[in-house]
Design a protein around this ligand. Structure first.
Ligand code: HEM
Length: 351
C-alpha cells in the first residue's frame, strides 16, 4: 500500500516535471514564460507533422540543406533573440541583418524552405504560427533527419518587427578566428557554460564552409596546430586566401549529425580556429574528449544547449506579430498585397 502511494506520488511528480521541462534529456532546461511545449496543440495540431514530413522530402533530395537550416536558426537566435529577424529582407531605410558579413554565407535555399513551410502551415491552420517557431522546428528536424537526436522545442515565439543592424550582428556572432577565450567570453554573455559552447560547436558536424572562413590558418603562414595532411588538402581546395571554393566542416562524416566532429578535433582536423582551439584549451579539452568518446553524452548536452539557444530573448504574448510572409513584416505585406490587389483589378495598370 505504502509503495503504491509512493509510486503514484512519483508519477504525479514526473508528469508535473515533464510539463515544465519536456522530453528527452532536456530536464535541466527551464522554459521561459510565454513559451510552452504544446503551444499550438489546439490552434495548429498538425504543425509538427507538417514541418517534419515536408522536411523529410526536402532533405531526401539534398541533405546539405539540414546544415543551412540549423545555421539559420543559430544566426536568428544569437542576434536580437529568436525572433525571425534574420529572415527579414532589407528595407528602403537601410541594409538588413542579412547583409551583415556573417550572414552573407547563409544558404539562400534555407530561406526559401522556411517560407515554403510557413505557407504550408498557414494553409492548414491560418496565420497562427510564427516564422521564428517554424525555424526552430525546422532546425531541430534537420538535426534529427541528419541522424542526430530527436527533441522537443518549446513553442510560442512571436516574430520581431525589426531586423538588427550590421554592427549588432557582427557583435553577436563570433568570427571563426576566435580562440576559446573569446568564444567563452562571448557566449557567457548569453549565459552559456563551457559545456554549452563545446556542445553547440558540435553543430559543425554537418555542413560546409567557404575558403575565406579558414584560409587565415593557411596563409601567409600555416597554423602549427593543423594536421599536415589535412592542411595540404585544404590548400588544394583553397589555393589562395579568397578562393571561392567550399569544403566540409567534418571530414569524417560531413552529412551525418554524429560526434565525429570531436574526433576531428582530437586529430587536429578542426576547420576553424574556434573549433580546434576547443581541444587546445585546457578548460574545454576534457569536454571535447568526453564527446568524442561518448556520442550519447554529446547528444544530451547538445539538446540542452539548443533548447537554451532557442529561447534567447524571445518575444511572446502580444509582443511582435505572426508574419504572413517570413521575409517582410506585416505592415509591409499589407501595403504590398493591397498594391497587388489593385493592380490585379486593373486600377493601377500603369504600375
Ligand atoms: C560559436 C561560434 C561559431 C562560429 C565562429 C561559427 C562559424 C561558422 C562559419 C565561419 C561557418 C562557415 C561559413 C561559410 O564560410 O560558409 C559556419 C558554418 C556552419 N555553422 Fe557555425 N559557427 C559557430 C557556431 C555554430 C552553432 C552554435 C551552430 C549550430 C548549433 C552552427 C552551425 C553551423 C552549420 C550547420 C554550418 C554549415 C552551414 C552550411 O553548410 O550551410 N555554428 N559556422
Amino acid at each position: 500500500m505504502v509503495s503504491w502511494t509512493c509510486l503514484l506520488f512519483l508519477l504525479s511528480q514526473c508528469l508535473l516535471v515533464s510539463t515544465y521541462f519536456g522530453r528527452a534529456n532536456a530536464q535541466t532546461v527551464p522554459i521561459v514564460p510565454g513559451l510552452s511545449w504544446n503551444f499550438y496543440a489546439s490552434t495548429c495540431p498538425s504543425l509538427k507533422s507538417t514541418v517534419r514530413e515536408q522536411l523529410q522530402i526536402v532533405l531526401n533530395q539534398d541533405i546539405g540543406q539540414a546544415a543551412g537550416l540549423l545555421r539559420l536558426h543559430f544566426h536568428d537566435c544569437f542576434v536580437q533573440g529568436c525572433d525571425g529577424s534574420v529572415l527579414l529582407d532589407g528595407s528602403a531605410s537601410g541594409p538588413g541583418e542579412q547583409s551583415a558579413p556573417p550572414n552573407l554565407s547563409l544558404r539562400a535555399q534555407a530561406f526559401r524552405i522556411i517560407e515554403d513551410l510557413r505557407r504550408r502551415v498557414h494553409q492548414k491552420c491560418g496565420r497562427v504560427v510564427s516564422c521564428s517557431d517554424i525555424l526552430a522546428l525546422a532546425a531541430r528536424d534537420s538535426v534529427y533527419l541528419a541522424g542526430g537526436p530527436d527533441y522537443d522545442v518549446p513553442l510560442g515565439r512571436r516574430d520581431g518587427l525589426n531586423f538588427a543592424t550590421v554592427n549588432a550582428t557582427l557583435a553577436n556572432l563570433p568570427p571563426p578566428s576566435s580562440n576559446t577565450t573569446a568564444l567563452l567570453n562571448s557566449l557567457a554573455q548569453k549565459n552559456f557554460t563551457a559545456t554549452d559552447v563545446v556542445a553547440l560547436s558540435g553543430g559543425h558536424t554537418i555542413g560546409i564552409s567557404h575558403c575565406i572562413s579558414f584560409t587565415g590558418r593557411l596563409y601567409p603562414s600555416q597554423d602549427p596546430t593543423l594536421d599536415q595532411t589535412f592542411a595540404r588538402n585544404l590548400k588544394r581546395t583553397c589555393p589562395a586566401a579568397n578562393t571561392d571554393n567550399t569544403t566540409v566542416l567534418d571530414i569524417r562524416s560531413p552529412d551525418t549529425f554524429d560526434n565525429k566532429y570531436y574526433v576531428d578535433l582530437l586529430n587536429r582536423q578542426g576547420l576553424f580556429t574556434s573549433d580546434q582551439d576547443l581541444y587546445t584549451d585546457s578548460r574545454t579539452r576534457g569536454i571535447v574528449t568526453s564527446f568524442a568518446v561518448n556520442q550519447s553524452l554529446f547528444y544530451e548536452k547538445f539538446v540542452v544547449a539548443m533548447i537554451k539557444m532557442s529561447q534567447l530573448s524571445v518575444l511572446t504574448g502580444n509582443q511582435g506579430e505572426i508574419r504572413g510572409n517570413c521575409s517582410a513584416r506585416n505592415s509591409n505585406n499589407l501595403w504590398l498585397s493591397s498594391t497587388v490587389e489593385e493592380t490585379e483589378k486593373g486600377s493601377y495598370s500603369a504600375f
